[in-house]
Design a protein around this ligand. Structure first.
Ligand SMILES: C[S@@+](CC[C@H](N)C(=O)[O-])C[C@H]1O[C@@H](n2cnc3c(N)ncnc32)[C@H](O)[C@@H]1O
Length: 469
């Protein structure tokens, strides 16, 4: 059964109420900080300082609100809808600008602490450390024109920024948003455990920041820190949680089986023309219904134009402006399953984790494929060399997702739906008996109710995804 967006909303509201009723379930301030970082990394609004600065300069040099009068909008707004649209663009751009300015502020303030510590160390060569600190504070008070008390209050917070940057890297500071100030002001979570957690997350944040916001590092130029991205390409070209928590290029994690492994990231499935010509085997309606698709689950009109679409089923996948990737990363499993998929943020029960996207083909034998059928055709979806993040989901006998069939614009889809996934959990699905019955492998899901462990297997080390060695 498909869960409509209304049901999902009610679910979320009930869940929120349960959480606010029960203080034991309140997220800790560290969880809030980390969730805030992931939210802004995956928000779909790209942090692009170069563009923001150029827009700002345009406003400054023309002394008029150009964001409201670009080439397509020379005239006054024609309607409330027009004015509303322009104001939404302005509000988005201004909040992005404010966010970039706030990020610059915290970068400079965190770096100021490094310079302060260096100055104290320099002075401490000739006087005691205590006196050196006092002298550096006096110098700063005169530069800032603040009292010592004012400076010390600010410094306590800036030192918090500095410590977070040391543990989790610059990207954590830049994408932390407003939660950062509260986190550093109250310091309740400044423990060794917190910093260990942040150190583990550093490369995960950087992979997401560099691949989803390739120009964010431009901001670091203000303190002369390196501005070249460390991780390039697609978010899922990187496998996180490698040795020393570094990220590993995806192909490297398959070299053991295939030296030439490559993976093409697809937003939507592609048809293997040798198998199907130009026929889409997922079609469930005849002819070209042209904007006349009605959702079989909620009965509302479907359209790929967001303003014409009234179907809210799996709204994060279909019919709304698709700007962000699902908040997931490919990670190195610790128990021999090679890679897996980890949730960066929580997925409420009923939310879509993704569509099973790959090559629509037929006739593949001996490899992992999903077999799907309509009334007219039986087809395979193969993800071995191209597809999306669902390719990296491992089996569990107690999974936290399941598949649902859904028809979008007359084409059948397999949507992976959450049964409730907490941030940081591995995302898993039950591959089903048919998969395991045909297979010479032992299940490594590790769940107490595992159905396929301790089987009589002849070959324990088989390549992931049924590839030939
Ligand atoms: C769709 S892929 C999942 C991603 C895969 N782990 C990888 O690194 O590419 C399916 C393959 O992952 C491995 N796998 C997934 N779940 C497993 C489990 N519970 N126990 C053992 N191997 C598993 C098997 O090799 C299987 O053929």
């Amino acid at each position: 059964m498909t869960v409509a967006r209304r049901d999902v909303r009610e679910n979320v509201q009930q869940q929120k109420k349960r959480i606010s009723d029960n203080p034991a379930l309140q997220p800790s301030s560290l969880e809030k900080l980390i969730n805030g970082i992931w939210d802004s990394l995956f928000s779909g609004v790209r942090m692009d300082p170069t563009e923001i600065i150029a827009q700002w300069q345009t406003i400054e040099s023309s002394r008029q609100p150009r964001l409201l009068t670009d080439a397509n909008h020379e005239l006054a707004p024609r309607s409330a809808q027009d004015a509303f649209g322009r104001m939404s663009v302005l509000a988005r751009k201004i909040s992005q600008t404010t966010k970039a300015c706030r990020s610059l502020e915290v970068i400079v303030q965190a770096h100021w602490i490094t310079c302060f510590d260096d100055r104290v160390a320099e002075l401490a060569q000739t006087i005691t450390r205590e006196k050196a600190r006092k002298a550096a504070i006096c110098e700063a008070c005169s530069d800032f024109n603040w009292t010592e008390k004012e400076l010390r209050n600010k410094m306590a917070i800036w030192r918090g920024y500095h410590e977070i940057k040391q543990a989790a890297g610059w990207s954590a500071l830049v994408f932390a948003g407003m939660g950062l100030y509260r986190f550093c002001k109250y310091r309740v979570s400044f423990t060794e455990d917190t910093f260990q957690t942040l150190r583990r997350l550093q490369h995960r944040f950087e992979v997401a920041a560099d691949t989803l916001h390739p120009r964010w590092r431009t901001l670091l130029g203000i303190v002369d820190a390196p501005t070249t991205p460390k991780y390039t390409g697609h978010l899922h070209d990187w496998v996180v949680n490698g040795p020393d928590n570094e990220a590993i290029p995806l192909p490297k994690t398959y070299h053991k089986w295939d030296k030439n492994f490559s993976y093409t990231h697809l937003p939507d499935s592609v048809i293997d023309e040798e198998a199907w010509g130009d026929y889409d085997p997922r079609s469930v309606v005849s002819g070209n219904a042209e904007n006349e698709f009605t959702c079989q689950s909620c009965g509302e009109k479907q359209s790929s134009t967001p303003t014409d679409n009234a179907c809210n089923c799996y709204a994060n996948l279909y019919g709304s402006p698709k700007s962000s990737l699902a908040p997931v990363q490919i990670f190195r499993t610790a128990n021999g399953k090679n890679n897996g998929l980890i949730a960066c943020g929580a997925f409420e029960k009923g939310w879509a984790v993704g569509e099973f996207v790959g090559e629509l083909t037929t006739g593949i034998r001996g490899l992992d494929v999903m077999i799907d059928r309509t009334e007219r055709a039986s087809y395979q979806i193969w993800q071995g060399r191209k597809g999306n993040h669902t390719r990296f989901i491992n089996h569990s006998c107690e999974p936290n997702t399941h598949y649902e069939r859904f028809v979008w614009l007359g084409k059948q889809r397999s949507v992976l739906v959450s049964d409730g996934i907490a941030a940081g959990d591995e995302i898993t699905v039950d591959y089903g008996n048919t998969y395991w019955d045909d297979l010479d492998k032992e299940c490594l899901c590790g769940r107490p109710t595992c159905r396929y462990r301790r089987r009589q297997v002849t070959q324990l080390v088989t390549p992931p995804n049924g590839e030939s060695e």
